[in-house]
Design a protein around this ligand. Structure first.
Ligand SMILES: Cc1cc2nc3c(=O)[nH]c(=O)nc-3n(C[C@H](O)[C@H](O)[C@H](O)COP(=O)(O)OP(=O)(O)OC[C@H]3O[C@@H](n4cnc5c(N)ncnc54)[C@H](O)[C@@H]3O)c2cc1C
Length: 399
């Protein structure tokens, strides 16, 4: 039995959920509720800089209460089951909420257990990941204290949020080790599942010399499949033509975990039904392909864009406009074309801002800067400009 009904019910008060809620309230809707269990909201893009010793972890967190739109109803609970045939969401404590329109955006699940031996060693003995708020400062501890030996940075196969994260922290670490005069004493390996370091050839062409300049051994079409914490070595397995099958020792290991939809979405009628199990939406309208009163965006949606906050900045207005049209019985007119951006920090003073759409065509926002090359101006944008825009405009439904 439903305990309450809301016209617009949003699951997840992260980047996507808060942005869409703010936009619906701005459009004049008054019954907007968010199901969100956490007390803290994070600006995750800065975790890369935290791991690289360029930002403090505390600058990336704010209370959830401070970002929750004042006129939204906050249901401080975790969704655990979706029943779109009856328009209800059930939460962990058994409470059930009914809706006219549902927006599903609880982010992505970090599947640490898909790399054997990894979970137990996280945060210890040189092993870390910028994918957790508590671990990002540990990454910097390990980088800062390493003066020689071997370092491995790895990215898994399958969709992940911020696909550039593995290489960014490798570059920041090398930049630091070079400044300390110890880079030549550290054997650095970057393991990626893709045929090249980046999917856009013009950008890969500019990253290859940076990798060579740092002396990084790049293993393409490969991924780390297990960690031997006691022996301090990882198994690298080929996942494509020319991939590497080997064992690498490490003193520092930075891992990007495999990722997929939360398990309770995978097992729901809203899922695509494949192994990743994302919410099955039309990639342009963001509307569910079987349940027209359900929308999704952000990391939990099946749209085949690069999973980033930058993508959500363009998806949120589309979702808000299309919900408005749906509730007014009008045809959905807004479309998302796959915009995403990947800010690739290549040192402590330069960044390349890869902006592209579904067709992998570059779509630069700043026309006078070559989008395939690193620039100092982008570094300041990453460290100061984008966080400011995030907290003050995007989450308020403005940017
Ligand atoms: C290391 C790192 C670097 C990144 N760098 C960049 C970058 O440079 N640029 C960029 O644009 N993006 C970057 N990203 C990606 C970006 O942070 C995400 O794509 C974005 O936050 C996704 O937003 P979301 O709302 O889908 O999920 P999230 O922001 O993760 O929010 C999900 C919310 O759902 C809540 N939730 C979880 N389970 C439930 C449940 N059962 N019921 C209800 N609520 C639930 C969570 O508590 C959370 O508040 C990076 C991410 C990481 C980890």
């Amino acid at each position: 039995m439903a305990t309450a009904k809301h016209q617009i019910l949003i699951v997840g008060g992260g980047t996507a959920g808060i942005t869409v809620a703010a936009r619906m309230l701005r459009k004049g809707y008054t019954d907007v509720a968010l199901i969100e269990p956490a007390s803290t909201h994070y600006y995750q893009p800065l975790w890369t800089l935290v791991g690289g010793g360029q930002a403090k972890a505390s600058t990336t967190e704010r209370t959830e209460a401070s970002v929750m739109p004042k006129k939204a109803t906050w249901i401080k609970n975790a969704a655990s089951a979706l029943d779109p045939d009856n328009n209800t969401v059930t939460c962990a404590d058994g409470a059930t909420y009914e809706y006219d329109v549902l927006v599903v955006c609880p982010g992505i699940q970090l599947d640490w257990n898909r790399i054997d031996g990894l979970e137990g060693t996280l945060g210890k003995d040189g092993v870390s990941s910028n994918y957790r708020f508590d671990l990002a400062p540990r990454t910097w501890d390990f980088i800062r204290t390493t003066r020689s030996g071997s370092a491995v940075f790895t990215m898994p196969s399958g969709p992940v949020k911020c696909a550039g994260a593995a290489q960014k922290i490798a570059y920041l670490a090398c930049d630091h080790w070079r400044k300390e005069g110890v880079l030549d004493d550290i054997d650095v390996h970057l393991v990626v599942p893709t045929p090249r370091i980046f999917g856009i050839p013009a950008i890969a062409d500019n990253l290859d010399p940076i990798i060579a300049d740092y002396g990084i051994h790049l293993h393409t079409n490969s991924e780390v499949t297990s960690v031997d914490a006691e022996g301090r070595k990882v198994a690298v397995t080929s996942v494509g033509e020319g991939g590497t099958n080997t064992t690498l020792p490490y003193d520092v290991l930075h891992v990007v975990p495999h990722q997929s939809a939360p398990d309770w979405i995978k097992s729901s009628p809203l899922s695509t039904g494949d192994a990743n199990g994302y919410v099955d939406i039309d990639k342009h309208t963001m509307q569910h392909v079987r349940y027209p009163n359900v929308f999704s965006l952000g990391d939990a949606g099946s749209s085949p864009n690069s999973k980033t906050g930058a993508a959500i900045r363009k998806q949120a207005p589309v979702v808000a406009d299309n919900i408005d049209s749906f509730l007014k019985n009008q045809a959905l007119g807004a479309e998302y074309h796959g915009y995403a951006s990947c800010p690739i920090v290549v040192s402590s003073h330069a960044m390349l801002l890869a902006e592209f759409d579904y067709s992998m065509q570059m779509t630069p926002s700043i026309p006078f800067l070559d989008p395939a090359k690193p620039h100092r101006a982008y570094w300041y944008l990453k460290k100061y400009g984008l966080p400011f825009l995030y907290w003050n405009l995007m989450l308020k439904g403005r940017a």
